[in-house]
Unconditional design. Sequence first.
Length: 201
Amino acid sequence: MTVISKPCVYFALPGKKNTDDCIACVVRRLEEGDIRIVVAASTTGYTAGKLADALQGRGITIVAIGESPLAKEWDAKTEYPFLKPEVKLDLERRGVIVGDKVPYLLHSSVLDYSRWQVPTPDMIVRELLYAFGQGMKVDVEVAMQAVAAGLIEPYQKVIAIGGTARGADTAVVLRATFPNHVLSQDAKKRLEIYEVLCKPL
C-alpha cells in the first residue's frame, strides 16, 4: 500500500489572526506545481491583498469572492458594499480577479427564511460543511461561486481559502464545480475535497 504523508496545520482558535499562517500553508502547497488557481473569500479585500502579496510573480491566478448583497441582512451596521471600490480597483490592478456581489449559493433557497421551516438540500449541505468549521463551508461555497459566475472553469483542482467571520483560517484543495453538480451522477463533475491544508481545531 502506498502512503502519502502531507502536512495539515491546525489552529488552536479560529479567526483573522490565522490569515498569515493560512496563506503560508497555501504557498507551500502551490510549490508542488500542480495547482495554478486560488479562490479566496475576501469580504473587505484584506485576505485577497495579503494573498496577492504572497503570490506576486508566481503566475498563480487569484480569484477573490466578495459578499453577496444578502450580507446586508446579517450586518446592518457596516456600510455595503464591504469591499470598497478603491480597494477592488487596487486588487484588480494587481491581477486579482474580483467577484463582488456574487449571490451566495448555500443560502439561496426560497425556503431559507420562510415561515415554513423545513430542511432544504442547500441547508443540509451547508450544515454538513459547518461540521468541519465555518471556513470549510466558505471554502466550498466560494469555489462554487467562482464557477457559477464564470470566473474559473469548472471541474479543475483549485485551492480554496475561507475563514470564520473575517480573515482566513481554512484552506483546502478541491474540485471546483457548479452547485448542481455537487452530488452529480458524473463522478468527474462532483465536488471532491482532496486535501485539507489548514483549519481551526
